[in-house]
Design a protein around this ligand. Structure first.
Ligand code: BGC
Length: 255
């Protein structure tokens, strides 16, 4: 077991990539706080996720874009497990709209969850890591779109590009404290965020034609890399992005 006895917070862990990471971390011996945005079917999904974990975990409701929510969530984790070792900033949202139609609300929503959320959660956890001493791991789930433009998704790409620079700055500032900071950049993964494409055979075939590996990724493909980055084996790994994309970013122009 590669994460035995560690305590991990995974944001947006009620579905998709976050859920796969929570499950895999628990299989590796970690206690996992499953963050989710309270309300609707997400409550039930989070409860099921916690119930499915191989170790004792906990539900951790919070809107990651709100500092007060995040602080009380981290306090509740400390109350239950006494420490925290690993944080995965996974919560993410998308709005698809032409640039000229994006509203201030769209912009604030996407930047709020994806980028402000990653900042607030990471900062709150890092303050605790510094108190504890002994380092820790920060992993951001960004996207191939931390680097690659995606027409129709300007706020999303902006948030992910921001995550890239946030990670690089944090890695340098926190290296003396033994805190590793890295990004995972998934490509097209079969999760709820891609449901519309997955449901449309033509769109799905188009997407797959752009993936050298010839298939959508699975959440477990991403979780495998997250386990490595969260483990002691990644002790000398910091300030980098790890692509889990079946070669998507290497795609060449074909005409
Ligand atoms: C987006 C997906 C997209 C994938 C590859 C991800 O970050 O969430 O909608 O399919 O990147 O373009």
């Amino acid at each position: 077991m590669r994460l035995n006895g560690k305590v991990a917070l995974v944001t947006g862990a009620n579905s998709g990539i976050g859920q796969a990471i929570a499950k895999r971390f628990a299989e590796e011996g970690a206690h996992v706080a499953v963050n989710y945005l309270a309300g609707g079917s997400r409550d039930e999904a989070a409860k099921e996720t916690v119930g499915s974990l191989a170790t004792e975990g906990m539900g951790a409701p919070a809107d990651v874009s709100k500092r007060a929510d995040v602080e009380s969530m981290v306090n509740s984790i400390l109350q239950k497990f006494g420490r925290i070792d690993i944080v995965v900033n996974n919560a993410g949202v998308e709005v698809k709209k032409p640039f000229v139609d994006i509203t201030d609300e769209d912009w604030q929503f996407v930047l709020g969850v994806n980028l402000t959320g990653a900042f607030v959660v990471a900062q709150t956890v890092v303050r605790q890591l510094l108190k504890q001493g002994g380092g820790g791991k920060v992993i951001n789930i960004s996207s191939v779109h931390e680097d690659v433009p995606f027409p129709g998704y300007a706020p999303y790409c902006t948030s992910k590009g921001g995550m890239r620079m946030l990670m690089r700055n944090m890695a340098l500032e926190l290296a003396p404290s033994g805190i590793n900071v890295n990004n995972i950049a998934p490509g097209a993964i079969a999760t709820p965020i891609n449901q519309a494409v997955l449901n449309d055979p033509v769109a799905a075939a188009n997407a797959i034609s752009e993936i050298p590996w010839g298939r959508f990724g699975k959440p477990e493909d991403v979780a495998a890399v997250a386990v490595f980055l969260a483990s002691d084996e990644a002790g000398y790994v910091t300030g980098s992005t790890y692509y889990v994309d079946g070669g998507l970013v290497q795609q060449v122009t074909k005409y």
